[in-house]
Ligand binder design. Structure first.
Ligand SMILES: Cc1cc2nc3c(=O)[nH]c(=O)nc-3n(C[C@H](O)[C@H](O)[C@H](O)COP(=O)(O)OP(=O)(O)OC[C@H]3O[C@@H](n4cnc5c(N)ncnc54)[C@H](O)[C@@H]3O)c2cc1C
Length: 420
């Protein structure tokens, strides 16, 4: 039986970041994934400014490599399409050039784009290529973990190929359908804190933004959620829809049918998709949202990324939070190894670190998601911002500054808008 200090289950952005961060600290680990890479992951493929920051943090040359990758497309901002179908275009760039602050959500690096679009097939494989080059990481692909047994000193895990591994510490990063999260950590899927998502690829959608702005269409049939069109490299687009599971079941919505109808019948979208070719199938997957605080660790384990239910409830962004939690899990693992303590009490330091970094942001996004129940409020913000460049600049800054974004939670923000 193989023995290791740290075993990581799942090699998506969360698991591979944890492995690379451990290796940076000189600690070896075993990383397992049931898939063989490159593998697809159903996703919008948008890499936010926070992903850009995390890439820089892991290793200086990762960001330049993504920037020059043939399959990546720089993304400069977001087009919000309000329920009244008015567009509000917000650039990711702040008014200044490079900046940092304690409340800054992402940092602009000169010479690079504030965000990128890249199929997960390629982005995740980029991270895996870095993992494979690292002699401290024992990466095993095509290995599905099927059983976890708690022992006095840690865990014995069993994989589908009958391999067993004994470990003192488990980092569980096996995504939205993690059996460990459900059956051992006891975190259940709650429809109010879970979103269903559909994704497909098209070639030849008309009117894609030349600067890689992503489009979020907050149309009434999908609230609180949105239909999206994200441009990709080489003339492709990632097209999809995400909606709260609670609303889907209450309103008995067939998400796939609704999305197809929208593309075929919506006057503006119909024209843009007239000559577009669907590439492959429409596929669905779940998004465990961070709109409820969970316990992320216990005796001998830490949950990371989607397995920890950390997706932003307003934007649906989860790659960066998976990478951030993966990094913090690795840092906590280093402390455990130094002190030779793997107890639940000691590992609670990981929960604190994650929520110190992400807690406020997730609370603000939860409030913003709830405001989507009032489409007229959204319409008002978009109408006013289109008339008022200062307000537009403020909204743009909110993407980078958490303190500023928190004003979106306050009723006085909207009250003041009424008089602008
Ligand atoms: C439709 C949709 C659109 C989205 N759009 C965006 C977006 O545009 N931008 C964004 O930032 N986020 C987006 N997200 C969220 C994002 O995809 C996730 O938050 C992100 O993939 C989480 O990374 P992770 O490493 O935690 O898990 P994953 O990326 O899911 O990786 C988990 C890994 O674990 C492996 N695994 C699973 N079970 C086992 C097992 N038993 N044994 C071994 N290995 C196992 C899997 O093969 C997989 O490789 C979207 C999600 C959906 C569903």
């Amino acid at each position: 039986m193989k023995q290791t200090h740290v075993c990581i289950i799942g090699a998506g952005p969360g698991g591979s970041t944890a492995a690379l961060q451990l290796a940076k600290a000189g600690i070896s680990c075993t990383l397992l994934d049931k898939a063989v890479f490159p593998r697809d992951k159903i996703c919008g493929d948008a890499l936010s400014g926070k992903v850009v920051s995390e890439l820089r943090r892991i290793q200086e040359d990762f960001l330049p490599a993504i920037h020059t990758h043939t399959e990546s497309l720089p993304s400069q901002g977001i087009h919000f399409i309000a329920p009244n179908e008015k567009w509000l275009s917000i650039s990711f760039k702040s008014s200044g050039s490079s900046f940092t602050s304690s409340t800054t959500n992402s940092v602009e690096y000169s010479g690079f784009s504030p965000g990128y679009l890249m199929r997960r097939m390629d982005f995740d494989n980029f991270l895996i290529e870095q993992v494979k080059k690292n002699p401290l990481i024992d990466f095993r692909e095509g290995v599905e973990v099927t059983d976890y047994q708690k022992t006095e000193t840690g865990w014995i895990i069993t994989a589908s190929n009958q391999q067993s591994i004994e470990t003192k510490l488990l980092i569980v990063a096996n995504g939205a359908q993690s059996n460990f999260t459900r059956h051992i950590a006891g975190i259940t899927t709650e429809p109010k804190h879970f979103c269903a998502g559909l994704r497909t690829y098209y070639e030849g959608v008309a009117g894609l933004d030349p600067n890689g702005f992503i489009e979020l269409h907050f149309l009434k049939p999908f609230l609180p959620g949105y239909f999206w069109i994200f441009p990709l490299a080489n003339g492709y687009a990632n097209v999809g829809v995400g909606m709260l599971s609670d609303t889907i079941s209450k309103q008995k919505i067939n998400l796939k049918k609704s999305m197809q109808e929208l593309i075929q019948t919506h006057p503006a979208l119909q024209k843009r998709f007239a000559n577009a070719k669907l590439q492959g199938e429409i596929k669905g997957y779940g998004l465990p949202l961070g709109s409820k605080r969970r316990k992320l660790s216990g005796d001998g384990y830490m949950l990371v990324g989607d397995a920890a239910h950390l997706i932003d409830p307003f934007t649906g962004e989860g790659i960066s939070n998976a990478m951030i939690s993966g990094r913090w899990a690795a840092d906590q693992a280093v402390k455990c190894i130094q002190k030779q303590v793997y107890s639940g009490d000691f590992l609670a330091g990981y929960d604190q670190a994650v929520y110190r970094r992400l807690g406020n942001e997730l609370r603000i996004s939860t409030r913003m998601q709830r405001l989507l129940a009032y489409p007229s409020l959204f319409n008002m913000v978009v109408n006013r911002a289109n008339r008022n460049p200062a307000l537009k600049q403020l909204l743009s800054s909110m993407f980078n500054d958490i303190d500023l974004r928190s004003s979106l939670r306050s009723p006085t923000f909207y009250a003041r808008l009424l008089f602008q």
